[in-house]
Design a protein around this ligand. Sequence first.
Ligand SMILES: Nc1ncnc2c1ncn2[C@@H]1O[C@H](COP(=O)(O)OP(=O)(O)O)[C@@H](O)[C@H]1O
Ligand SMILES: [Mg+2]
Length: 146
Amino acid sequence: MKTIISKSEQDTTKIAAKIAEKLKGGEILALEGDLGAGKTTFAQALGHAFGIKKHITSPTFVLMKVYELGAQSSGLRALIHVDCYRLDEPQELFYLGLEEYLNNPNSVVVIEWADKIKNYLKKFKKVIWLKIKTTRNGREFLVVRH
Ligand SMILES: Nc1ncnc2c1ncn2[C@@H]1O[C@H](COP(=O)(O)OP(=O)(O)O)[C@@H](O)[C@H]1O
Ligand SMILES: [Mg+2]
């Protein structure tokens, strides 16, 4: 368990870049935090670190977006951005085809409101929980690996 302080969006960009460097593929980044905590900001920064040129918007209404990655040194080919805010049951994600990306060595999956599917995520390995808290000085990222 580790806490990282982010005082600005720029800090979040740096944090995401550092985390991106360590990802090999197959990881699930489970984001937890209230509305406005900075989950989308983090997902955008992660996409940026992976060289995604397209603007990453919150997939609140479509639940899931797939971003193909350009040539990477690793086998990583896609970043999947999921937002569970409007999700009623994990089953919906299954129908959208998320499961083929979870723990897939060619993808990294970043999930907003992941606490809503905590039970569902239990069966997967390499889940990194990022709990984002708003504080007086910005944001606190609590990193917990499972
Ligand atoms: N580390 C940070 N420090 C200060 N403000 C931030 C930080 N991260 C995000 N913000 C701001 O908080 C607001 C909400 O961020 P957003 O990423 O949309 O939150 P969420 O997806 O968790 O609802 C945005 O205006 C963003 O600029
Ligand atoms: Mg969001």
